[in-house]
Design a protein around this ligand. Structure first.
Ligand code: PLP
Length: 391
C-alpha cells in the first residue's frame, strides 16, 4: 500500500466500512430523514481529511464542532451543507459561506452573526439549539420568542431547531429521553408559531436515538460514533436486542491501528521491564519493542493490561506504556522479527482487538479512546472506494 512502509505506525480507514455503516442508517431511518455525518474531533480520531470527502458524498450534511473545522471541510473541496454544533467565539466568525449553518444557544451568538452579516454580506442560517434537560448547551423554550425577534432584527433566518439527549446511551430506561422529546415538541410548536410556518430542519437524534427510536427521526439525524462502526454503548445494543429479539445491526469498525516491531529484547528470568519496573519476567522472555505510546493515543492505563496482535494471535503488553514506546511479550511467537506488522486495534488472522475492549481496560468509553487518537499518526484510506466521486 502507498507509503505505509515508510511509517513505523499508521491507521487504516476502511472506506467500505464507513459506507456500509451509513447504508445501515439509510435503511433504519424514516424515508425523508437526512443524515448529518458527525466529523467533529478529527472525525472521531479517524482523520477529517480522510473521512470528510467520503462522508461528503455518502451523507447529506457534515456536522462539526467549530467554525475552524467547517473551514477545513471547505478547504477539502467539500460543498455539502455544514452544521456547526459547538460554541463559537466572536472572532471565529470569518470565511464561512452561506451553506454553513450554526447552532444558536445564546443571544450573543445572534448578535455576532448579525455583525458577520453586516461585514461580509453573508447570512449564516440558524438552527435553534433547545436545551430539553441535558443542561449543557441550549436555549429554553421561554427564550424562543426573544431569539426570533433578535434574529429578525439582525436580518438572519432561523431555518432549524435541534436538541440533544442526555442519557439515551446510558440506560435501558428511556423515560427521560421521552420527556426530552416532549419538551422538544413544545419548542417546535413555539418556533412554528413565531415563524408562522414550518421549520425546515428539525433534528434531535444521535447514533443511539437513531438506532432505537423512530420518533426521534424528524428530518435529519446526526450520526457520529456508529458511522465509524461502533455501538454507542452496551446498553444501546442490549435495548436493540430486547426490542428486536435479535442482534440485527452489523456495524463495521472502520479504523485499524498498525505498527511494526522496532526491536527485540531478550530478558532473563527475574529481570524487570520498563519505567517503574512494574513487570518482572518469570521465565526467559523475548520482548518486542513497539514504536507507539501514549502520545499517539495508546492509553498509559493499558500497561500490563491490554493485548496486541502479532503473528495472528494476541500477545500481552508488559510494563508501562511510555510516551512513544511500549513493550509486548512475544516469547511464544516463533520467528518474531524486527519489521513484523503488529495490530494494536483491528484484526489480524482470526484475532481481533476492539476499541470497546481497550476503552474498557483503560476505564473509558470507545468515544474517548477514538477521539484521542493522535492526529499526527499517518492515515491511509483502504477498501471500497468504488463509489467515490469522480474528481
Ligand atoms: C457528537 C454529537 C452527536 C453525535 O453523537 P453520536 O453518539 O456520536 O452519534 C450528535 N449531536 C450532537 C449535538 C453532538 O455533539
Amino acid at each position: 500500500m502507498e507509503g505505509r512502509g515508510d511509517h513505523s505506525q499508521w491507521f487504516e480507514i476502511d472506506a467500505g466500512a464507513l459506507r456500509h455503516n451509513l447504508r445501515v442508517f439509510r435503511g433504519i431511518l424514516s424515508p425523508g430523514t437526512k443524515i448529518a455525518a458527525v466529523v467533529k474531533a478529527n472525525a472521531y480520531g479517524h482523520g477529517l481529511a480522510e473521512v470528510a470527502p467520503l462522508a461528503g458524498t455518502a451523507a447529506d450534511w457534515l456536522a462539526v464542532h467549530t467554525a475552524d473545522e467547517a473551514r477545513r471541510v471547505r478547504r477539502l473541496g467539500i460543498r455539502s451543507p455544514i452544521l456547526i454544533m459547538g460554541f463559537i467565539a466572536r472572532g471565529e466568525l470569518h470565511d464561512l459561506d452561506a451553506d454553513v449553518h450554526v447552532f444558536v444557544s445564546t443571544l450573543e451568538v445572534v448578535r455576532w452573526l448579525g455583525e458577520y452579516r453586516r461585514s461580509s454580506g453573508i447570512s449564516l442560517p440558524i438552527h435553534l439549539k433547545i436545551d430539553t434537560g441535558t443542561k449543557r448547551q441550549g436555549l429554553d423554550r421561554s427564550s424562543i420568542a426573544g431569539v426570533c425577534r433578535d434574529a429578525a432584527r439582525e436580518g438572519l433566518s432561523i431555518v432549524g431547531i435541534a436538541t440533544h439527549f442526555a442519557n439515551i446511551e446510558d440506560t435501558l430506561e428511556h423515560e427521560f429521553a421521552r420527556h426530552q422529546l416532549e419538551l422538544f415538541g413544545d419548542a417546535i410548536a413555539a418556533l412554528r408559531g413565531e415563524l408562522g410556518g414550518d421549520v425546515t430542519h428539525v433534528h434531535a437524534a444521535c447514533s443511539a436515538a437513531s438506532l432505537l427510536f423512530r420518533e426521534t427521526d424528524f428530518n435529519l439525524a446526526r450520526i457520529g460514533i456508529s458511522m465509524y462502526g461502533h455501538w454507542p454503548s452496551r446498553e444501546t445494543r442490549l435495548t436493540w436486542i430486547l426490542d428486536h429479539g435479535r442482534d440485527g445491526v452489523k456495524l463495521q469498525p472502520a479504523l485499524s491501528w498498525r505498527t511494526v516491531i522496532g526491536q527485540l529484547q531478550r530478558v532473563s528470568a527475574g529481570e524487570t521491564v520498563g519505567y517503574g519496573r512494574t513487570w518482572r519476567a518469570l521465565r526467559p522472555t523475548l520482548l518486542a519493542v513497539l514504536p507507539v505510546g501514549y502520545a499517539d493515543g495508546y492509553p498509559r492505563a493499558l500497561g500490563n493490561r491490554a493485548r496486541v496482535l502479532a503473528g495472528g494471535r494476541p500477545v500481552p503488553v508488559v510494563g508501562r506504556v511510555c510516551m512513544n514506546m511500549m513493550m509486548v511479550d512475544v516469547t511464544d511467537l516463533p520467528g518474531a522479527s524486527v519489521g513484523d506488522e503488529v495490530v494494536l486495534l483491528g484484526r489480524q488472522g482470526d484475532s481481533a482487538v476492539t476499541a470497546e475492549e481497550l476503552a474498557e481496560l483503560a476505564g473509558t468509553i470507545n468515544y474517548e479512546f477514538l477521539a484521542r487518537l493522535s492526529p499526527t499518526v499517518p492515515r491511509f484510506v483502504v477498501g471500497d472506494r468504488s463509489e467515490a466521486p469522480a474528481t
